[in-house]
Design a protein around this ligand. Structure first.
Ligand code: SIN
Ligand code: CO
Length: 386
């Protein structure tokens, strides 16, 4: 089991979205003595980068000639690569590789809705993606090898974008406030807006645990989409008290206020906003390894499965959420599931945990509505039987 050597609460209070920091030996496997163990090998990473559904990139910078290429890659791509100056990056590796998914577990003290994905990058000496700025909070955990990192002061508009390659968003050089080498198990935390540049000193694997805070623009535009999709607010302004006016081009203050109130009413509907947020936040931005069963499960099949003493597994990276004050509405992969009164414990069982233990399952057998919901979730491919 992967574990952190530090207290998340203390870290949050001091650093989260405030300043970057390096935590030496921040992540280890089982015991601090054992140190860090890579969840995958460079070869496995290359295997992932060959898959159609998996987002991957190959970035090279031989003689300062920056090139970026998107996967999937054919096997030949990896046949005779140079010994330096390239890097292979796989996005959402936690969706496809169970051991890589385990690495994310100690970060579950952060809200699930903020988590984005685990990006894994392999780099040979001097390989990297160049200096750039992200709008993500990221914990870059060093695996095998060493990588040197430089981090600059927060972007307040002082950094200049440069185009070394149209597929890479890079900036010019920057002064470092952090300038250090990461070794296996070290963590570099970078809040959004801090420029950074990491280049491998030797063949190196790094694991970026990324968090993404929603942007106001995104909330507004997603809310507009949600309102349209649910045919909400299909009403025109109605004002039988409209007054004649002498200046034809003028919008009366009163009229502007009526329309402003229409907008405000929409965003002040608590149920509507909660449902919108739940649906939006429970949608993954990366493809999931989801396979609906060839033949649908019946409730009887599920009851029989429970007898075997085996658990049920949630698809890795699937987002299942509920609001603190409403455990009767679950948001799973953008869908709403309403739980009958009495089924509230399912919120935690389904949303807080990665799998449902056999004991928990057994305790649900006397509740047909629970079995019915599990059957539906299995048939959608959200949970599965191993
Ligand atoms: C990388 O791992 O090469 C890039 C990580 C980052 O800077 O965001
Ligand atoms: Co970055």
């Amino acid at each position: 089991m992967y574990q952190l050597s530090f207290s998340f609460s203390e870290f949050m209070a001091e650093y989260w979205q405030k300043k970057p920091t390096i935590i030496k030996g921040g992540l280890f496997f089982d015991t601090p003595q054992q140190g860090f163990v890579d969840p995958l090998s460079p070869n496995e990473l290359a295997g992932l980068a060959m898959e159609e559904e998996i987002d991957s990139r190959f970035v090279s910078n031989l003689n300062d000639d920056w090139q970026a290429e998107h996967g999937p890659f054919a096997e030949e791509k990896f046949a005779d690569l140079s010994e330096t100056n390239w890097s292979l990056i796989v996005q959402a590796a936690n969706h496809w590789h169970p051991q890589a998914a385990d690495l994310v577990a100690p970060f579950k003290a952060m809200p699930g809705w903020l988590f984005d994905d685990l990006m894994v990058s392999f780099a040979v000496p001097n390989g990297g993606v160049g200096p750039h700025i992200d709008q993500y909070d990221v914990f870059i955990c060093q695996g095998m090898g060493k990588r040197h990192w430089r981090v600059g002061a927060k972007d307040e508009g002082q950094y200049e974008e440069v185009c070394r390659n149209s597929a890479l968003r890079q900036i010019d050089s920057f002064d470092a406030i952090i300038d250090d080498t990461l070794e296996p198990g070290d963590i570099l935390y970078i809040p959004p807006g801090f420029p950074h540049d990491g280049y491998a000193l030797e063949a190196s694997l790094s694991y970026s645990v990324g968090f993404r805070s929603p942007k106001e623009q995104e909330l507004l535009s997603n809310f507009a989409d949600y309102v349209l999709a649910h045919d909400i607010g299909d009403v025109h302004l109605h004002n039988p008290d409209q007054k004649a006016q002498s200046a034809n081009g003028m919008i009366q203050r009163h009229d502007a206020n009526l329309m402003s109130d229409m907008l405000k009413r929409a965003t002040q509907e608590p149920m509507l906003i909660d449902n919108f947020l739940g649906c939006m936040l429970s949608q993954s931005r990366h493809q999931l390894n989801m396979v609906a069963p060839e033949e649908e499960w019946t409730m009887d099949d599920i009851m029989q499965h429970i007898q075997t003493g085996e658990g049920l597994y949630k698809v890795s990276g699937l987002r299942a959420l509920y609001l603190e004050d409403n455990k009767n509405t679950l948001f799973i992969n953008g869908e709403v599931f309403i739980l009958k009164t009495g089924l509230e414990p399912l919120a935690s069982i389904l949303c807080d945990e990665e799998w449902i233990e056999s004991q928990t399952l057994a305790s649900l057998t006397s509740i047909p509505a629970a079995i019915q919901l599990l059957t539906e979730l299995l048939n959608k491919g959200y949970w599965f039987i191993e």
